[in-house]
Design a protein. Structure first.
Length: 291
């Protein structure tokens, strides 16, 4: 076994495919491939995975909610009169431009960051993504928020409840691998913008401390039932917020129902969308700097 190998665990019946992040003596640090889970296991418990899930999952399969998001976007395009758009004197067709909410996506997994950025691009959601190890997320948030000026922030990566936690208590942040770092990043975001309708914050990963992340100021967080969440679940919520008009609130049950993990894996509070429409259509040109 070596760093970068894809493995499963004998003791768990090979239920989850991991990538070996690091090896310390006879212990491996593991990152989930399909799930945002950070774990460790002795080397003797590991078996090499029978296939390359990155090649299969990331390149060929598509999340089930993609078609729903695409249809929702097409419905907005087909019904511009609902937004009060107007046409020109000789053309009754409304002329407008769209401004979905802009996303700042911080991810502790570089493979899934690339997948997320591809999906943002496919759905035409403006987004900037950065690979940031979880312990550095608060610092990165402090530096990037004034630079990017997003409408939506996604802070995700890998997490998990510690196997050898104190007294088996799941209420303490110290018993989670990265929830503490997600909480600190959310606090920085709320210091930057207190209004939950101006800046939507989506945070957490597998088995994260849902209550602590929400109390820190997140709009949406994982994981209420301490379950595993799919790697693309935070992106699903971000895209829904980006395409919900600013005058509407996001239907929490509907958007979380689109995710792989459902209400056991993600929860949140009522929040407004970030989608805007304007007139007339803007020319595609880059403004020049003043001399």
């Amino acid at each position: 076994m070596k760093q970068g190998d894809l493995v499963i665990r004998r003791s768990y019946g090979g239920d989850i495919i991991f990538k070996i992040q690091d090896i310390m003596q006879n212990q491996a640090i593991l990152r989930g491939v399909d799930y945002r889970l950070l774990a460790d296991a002795p080397l003797f418990d590991l078996i090499k995975a029978p296939l390359d899930p990155y090649q299969y999952t990331i390149n060929t399969t598509r999340p089930s909610w993609m078609e729903s998001m695409r249809r929702a976007r097409e419905n907005q395009t087909e019904a511009p009169q609902a937004y009060g758009a107007v046409g020109t004197a000789g053309n009754p067709t409304p002329v407008y431009f769209e401004m979905p909410g802009k996303v700042l996506h911080l991810d502790g997994d570089p493979m899934y960051l690339r997948k997320c950025m591809n999906l943002y691009g496919e759905l035409r959601v403006p987004a900037e993504g950065y690979y940031v190890p979880e312990p550095q997320m608060a610092d990165a948030m402090y530096r990037l928020l004034p630079q990017v000026k997003p409408d939506i922030v996604v802070v995700t990566g890998h997490d998990g409840i510690l196997k050898h936690r104190r007294n088996g208590d799941v209420t303490h942040l110290s018993n989670y691998k990265n929830s503490y770092h997600f909480v600190n990043a959310v606090k920085i975001a709320r210091q930057y913008e207190k209004n939950k309708d101006t800046l939507t914050v989506i945070a957490g990963a597998c088995q994260s401390h849902f209550e602590a992340i929400m109390q820190a100021g997140a709009n949406y967080a994982s994981s209420p039932a301490r379950v595993l969440i799919h790697a693309l679940d935070p992106l699903c919520v971000a895209v829904k917020v980006a395409y919900t008009p600013i005058r509407d609130t996001v239907n929490i049950v509907d958007v979380i129902g689109l995710t792989h993990s459902g209400l056991e894996g993600l929860g949140g509070v009522e929040s407004r969308g970030s989608y805007r429409r304007g007139v007339p259509t803007m020319q595609k040109m880059t403004p020049k700097e003043a001399p």
